[in-house]
Design a protein around this ligand. Structure first.
Ligand code: FES
Length: 122
């Protein structure tokens, strides 16, 4: 998945798709950022998010993937891998990173799509 702000030259090689297991986080450092890649089954999608939990900094590489959620191993907050949103604490979320697949290579844009908490209506 890429976003409209990412250009092809912004993407860097991350790993081979064949080396990326389904429903388990793969830890990577890309462009100085610590991220995890998760290959979802349903929907069939590759997600890339921050590797450190915004709550108290636990490694999400040790987290559990359930459906499209990544569960922090420390206090079990659940993060939606597609939106980055935290289910229990809406003011907290994971930055996401655009991904592309080319010839079996996974490419990631190291510029984060910053998580923004939902705004309250006025
Ligand atoms: S450190 Fe992740 S939920 Fe507390």
């Amino acid at each position: 998945m890429s976003n409209s702000h990412s250009k092809p030259q912004d993407f860097v090689f991350a790993t081979r798709l064949a080396d990326c297991p389904r429903r388990a986080p793969t830890y990577l450092e890309i462009g100085g950022r610590k991220v995890v890649l998760v290959r979802l089954t349903s929907p069939d999608r590759l997600c890339c998010v921050d590797a450190l939990c915004p709550h108290e900094g636990a490694s999400l590489a040790a987290g559990e993937v359930v459906g499209q959620k990544l569960i922090c191993p420390q206090h079990h907050l659940k993060f939606d891998l597609i939106t980055g949103a935290c289910e229990q604490m809406p003011n907290m979320g994971l930055n996401r990173y655009a991904t592309r697949i080319e010839n079996g290579d996974v490419l990631v844009c190291p510029v984060p799509i910053i998580h923004r908490p939902p705004t309250l209506g006025t």
